[in-house]
Ligand binder design. Structure first.
Ligand code: SF4
Length: 314
């Protein structure tokens, strides 16, 4: 008889409404227009998803100038793009479909509106992440300042802000770290304008909450997701902060640390918003080959969010 192992499974986990929509957009575009369909940047940050779409005829590029045939459609990824990208596509007379998550678009519009109303914007986010590049690219760069950490927020000089200040955030940040940064900003700029509705999205918040409940009960914690997935990496940090120091990201092509797993009695498992459920089930099946697994699912929220597809795909 093999050793018993309990897996605490987080719920909600995995695909969010924005990821579902983005993947469906590429699939529908392939169906409607045939292949190839170009996709600017990984449609969502998951290699497994990207590889599958490649097999169906999608070609991934980082910039529009890499596209060899401008008569083919191009899809912009779920992370959003700077305004210069649709403009470039229009100049080149390219047909594009924008798969930016509507919750990222909300942050774009908010940033634009605040800029139009005379605010200097502070964006809380991670430098270089495509969502941050996209949000910063909605307005002239001198009107937006990036803050990555609490330290950055402390170092901001009030005298450099000679107009009212508003903040927006990336959608996939750590809820707790962001709260700390916002508190610092509020002390510096007592009249700082907050977003009307929280920018960190429902999916990020729900997945982090579920992990917080489970991680303290676990000897090891696994987050299925890719290295470049912001929300997946945040889940690892949240699990560590909640008390499970042995928390790690697992890519679908990474070998599982089975020698360590089989020494545990209880492990935790979740997946980032861009990781398909099949990878979670593969992980469980692999462990079942070595342990007598029992699964307890922790449901901390129910999700029923869906987003409409762009009309051009009807
Ligand atoms: S994580 Fe949130 S913002 Fe990002 S695609 Fe999903 S729902 Fe949209």
């Amino acid at each position: 008889m093999s050793k018993g192992l309990k897996i605490f499974l987080a719920s909600p986990r995995g695909f969010c409404a924005g990821v579902d929509r983005a993947i469906e957009i590429v699939e529908k575009a392939l169906k409607k227009f045939g292949s190839p369909v170009y996709v600017r940047h990984e449609i969502v940050h998951n290699k497994y998803v990207v590889d599958n779409l490649k097999k169906k005829g999608a070609i991934f590029v980082e910039e529009l100038h890499e596209i060899k045939d401008n008569s083919r459609p191009v899809v912009f990824s779920a992370h959003g793009v700077p305004k210069s990208v649709p403009k470039e596509a229009e100049n080149k007379k390219m047909f594009y479909v924008d798969a930016t998550c509507p919750l990222v678009t909300k942050v774009h519009r908010e940033t634009e509106r605040n800029n139009k109303n005379g605010y200097q914007i502070i964006l809380i986010g991670h430098k270089g992440h495509p969502e941050v590049v996209g949000t910063m690219g909605q307005i002239p760069k001198e009107n937006i300042t990036l803050v990555e950490t609490a330290e950055d927020a402390k170092n901001i000089k009030n005298e450099n802000f000679n107009k009212p200040v508003a903040y927006v955030t990336q959608t996939t940040l750590s809820v707790d770290d962001t709260k700390e940064i916002i508190e610092i900003l509020k002390k510096k700029f007592p009249n700082i304008k907050s977003p009307i509705k929280e920018d960190i999205c429902y999916a990020t918040t729900n997945r982090q909450n579920a992990v917080k409940h489970i991680a303290p009960l676990c000897e090891m914690f696994f987050v299925i997701g890719s290295e470049n997935s912001s929300n997946s990496k945040r889940l690892v940090e949240v699990a560590k902060k909640a008390g499970c120091s042995k928390s790690q990201l697992i890519n679908f092509d990474k070998r599982l640390p089975l020698d360590q797993i089989i020494k545990c009695n209880r492990i935790g498992l979740t997946s980032g918003a861009s990781a398909p459920e099949s990878l979670v089930q593969d992980f469980i099946s692999e462990i079942k080959k070595h342990c007598d697994v029992s699964i307890e699912e922790f449901v901390t929220a129910r999700e029923n969010v869906t987003f409409k597809l762009p009309k051009s795909l009807n």
